[in-house]
Design a protein around this ligand. Sequence first.
Ligand SMILES: [Fe+2]
Ligand SMILES: [Fe+2]
Length: 180
Amino acid sequence: MIEKAKKLFLESLRGKEDIYGLGTHVPEAEKWAGKLCGIYKEADREVVMLAVWLHDIGHYPVDKVDHAVKSEKIAREFLEKENYLKDKMEKVLHCVRSHRCRDIMPETQEAKIMACVDSASHMTDSMYVDIVRDGRAEYAFGKLERDYRDISKFPEVKKELKDVCGKWKALLGALSKIDI
Ligand SMILES: [Fe+2]
Ligand SMILES: [Fe+2]
């Protein structure tokens, strides 16, 4: 089932301009998810991995609707079509819907892992630089701060990325001052 979700995600990018860099962000999130599922063995690895591949699938086309809402809808249609177990499906959908830690907060261990790996993957990818280069430095700083808040719920990840977070702040500050 995980392979099917991965295929669905990769197909969803085909022929589209990947302006949010999801083609690298989601595989990066998968690496972090593998690490956390190895530590927190009580978490349902399949639920987490399905959520990873499906959590951003509703990003494109970009419109005013929250992509977490659109991703949940697409994920539901996909999992229902695959006759996936109902209770596990609801767990995956909660992870997808709450991954932004905004209007709906992650309540299960799997959803907390999903939110953490989403943020951790931003810190080991180039997304902040892309945002600053796009002239939205303030947004990049805000996102970095929210990401640090969300990774801090898992001490192992916080410890590993604390230094990186500080370095991002310095780099983004320097980049945002360049006048070209
Ligand atoms: Fe997202
Ligand atoms: Fe994401």
